[in-house]
Design a protein around this ligand. Structure first.
Ligand code: KPL
Length: 312
């Protein structure tokens, strides 16, 4: 199958490698340095998976691209621009978001509609991925651990089932859910509790297992839980707390995705995680002092956002 992966960071490159290894015709769209490296030396994956593959690569998407499916793996602040570029280059087809945070669906709909797709929601599938993946440098990805991948459609859509069978066919274990928005909330709460603390203190996940950072993560988790409940997605606190610390133990030696961005001098996804929690909380009149404080601290430190792949 011919596939476009738009956003060749850690996750996009790793999925591209799995698909290319299985014989699919993959086009990875990413930053120039990464693309040039792959053209010269191939894409090297190390860790729990080891391989070097040679997918097709480009730093921009050409008009008239004929791929049958698209996987969107850009950072959340690039979503709308990326989708506008995709919809201008290709006619309507299934597109899967494998991204963090809240608000990707809305940004995808805005971008795809602006690029000319009608009723984009029917073609959009959403995914929640909890794998340990690190972008080590151009052409080089660390696959630290294989966690879960859950996919779902929005009402009326059917794209997620097609992506699920594609992934199963290349050895990526995939589950399907009828309530993908709930699965997204679950992941966002974990990310809102862990990522900003690791990025603010520049520590690996392990440090959050003990005080004083453990307490900070719990305070953020409780505020995110209040917001998700107000939005119609309540979760028992003990269940999420257990999950948070299980994930942190499983990924103890990892740098969170937000810390990786900070260390690379890149903009973080703070807006789509803590910013989105704050915005929704404010709509419900909730006070979220811990989230607000850490959001402001990270916003103050971060560089301005710039499109990272296939610039619109
Ligand atoms: O999902 C994560 C991330 O890094 O974005 C956590 C759960 C913090 C694991 O590293």
């Amino acid at each position: 199958m011919r596939l476009v992966i738009f956003g060749a960071g850690g996750v996009g490159s790793l999925f591209g490698a799995f698909l290319a290894r299985a014989g699919h015709d993959v086009l990875l769209v990413g930053r120039k340095e990464h693309v040039q490296w792959i053209e010269r030396d191939g894409l090297r994956v190390e860790g729990v998976t080891n391989m070097t593959v040679r997918p097709r690569v480009a730093s921009a998407l050409r008009a008239g691209e004929r791929a049958t499916m698209v996987i969107l793996t850009v950072k959340t602040y690039d979503t709308e621009n990326a989708c506008r570029t995709i919809a201008r280059a290709m006619s309507s087809r299934p597109i899967l978001s494998l991204q963090n945070g809240l608000g990707n669906l809305e940004a995808m709909e805005r971008g795809l509609s602006a690029g000319g797709w009608t009723t984009p929601r029917l073609n959009v599938a959403l995914g929640v991925l909890s794998w340990g993946v690190t972008f080590q440098g151009p052409g080089h990805i660390l696959h630290a651990g294989t966690g879960s991948l859950v996919l779902g459609d929005l009402s009326g859509g059917r794209a997620a089932k097609r992506f699920a069978s594609l992934f199963e066919g290349v050895g990526i274990p995939t589950q399907y859910t009828d309530d993908i928005v709930r699965a997204i909330w679950r992941k966002v709460i974990i990310n809102a509790a862990a990522n900003p603390v690791t990025a603010d203190h520049r520590v690996i996940n392990e440090e959050l297992l003990n005080e004083p950072l453990r307490g900070q993560a719990i305070a953020l988790m409780r505020e995110a839980l209040e917001v998700s409940a107000a939005e119609g997605y309540p979760f028992p606190e003990h269940e999420i707390e257990e999950e948070l610390f299980r994930v942190l133990r499983q990924t103890a030696q990892n740098r969170s995705s937000m810390l990786q961005d900070v260390l690379r001098g890149r903009p973080t996804e703070i807006e789509a995680i803590s910013g989105a929690i704050l915005e929704r909380g404010q709509r419900h009149g909730l006070k979220l002092p811990y989230t607000e404080r850490i959001y402001r601290r990270l916003k103050a430190k971060q560089p301005p956002t710039v499109p990272s792949a296939g610039k619109a």
